[in-house]
Design a protein. Structure first.
Length: 218
């Protein structure tokens, strides 16, 4: 087929469909690679992707977490409190602490922003490249880790289920520590400070450490 200006028409329905199928198999393919694959120009590939298929190039981005001066001072006060308690309760106190941290982990680490770019339909969200994980650890290493389903966050009800799983693993991996006095430290996320969470920790006899004091919940 030829267009009105006499040139051979490349962007046929079959050609567009072939490009679509190829891109859906590998959404990180570049226009240069597509041009070589289909033996055409980059300009033609550009119009097929943007005009015919309505695809846009989107990237997964990591947004750095910036600490305010207040955040920094709270961390200093907490560290000072730990050192004070370690002195008052005799050396070895720091070895009795179990910490829990909720954070995001990357599925992969691209070499550049372009390395994480994908062709996606207009209006769609950028590719998700991270997943939430809860890690429980002490000075000897990781005790238990729980990975959340993609696009989910921790709720108070979910947190209690995860804590029960942790306690079971804790007794298996740290049996001697589990039967002695030990302290639990975690951040102040909403699901951690909910009344139902506090009641759960009280029922289980947790000694929660945070801020400038040790709070025995019992």
């Amino acid at each position: 087929k030829r267009s009105t200006n006499g040139r051979r028409k490349v962007r046929t329905d079959d050609f567009i469909e072939a490009v679509r199928v190829y891109v859906e198999v590998d959404r990180q393919v570049t226009m240069e690679e597509l041009a070589i694959k289909f033996e055409t120009s980059i300009n033609t590939i550009f119009h097929v992707l943007h005009d015919d298929l309505g695809f846009l190039i989107k990237s997964a981005r990591w947004i750095p977490k910036m600490l305010t001066e207040d955040h920094k001072m709270k961390r200093v006060r907490c560290a000072q409190a730990f050192l004070k308690l370690n002195f008052e309760l005799e050396l070895g106190f720091l070895e009795k602490i179990v910490m829990m941290d909720e954070t995001s982990v990357s599925f992969f680490t691209p070499e550049s922003k372009r390395g994480s770019s994908q062709w996606l339909p207009k209006g769609s969200n950028p590719p998700l490249k991270k997943q939430m994980v809860l890690s429980f650890f002490d000075n000897c290493g990781v005790i238990f880790q729980h990975y959340l389903l993609v696009r989910t966050s921790v709720t108070a009800a979910m947190f209690k289920d995860i804590m029960n799983m942790f306690l079971k693993k804790f007794k298996e991996k740290r049996p001697e520590m589990a039967i002695r006095d030990w302290y639990f430290h975690f951040d102040n996320a909403p699901c951690h400070t909910a009344n139902s969470t506090k009641e759960f920790l009280a029922k289980k006899g947790f000694k929660v450490i945070g801020g400038s004091h040790v709070e025995k919940i019992c």
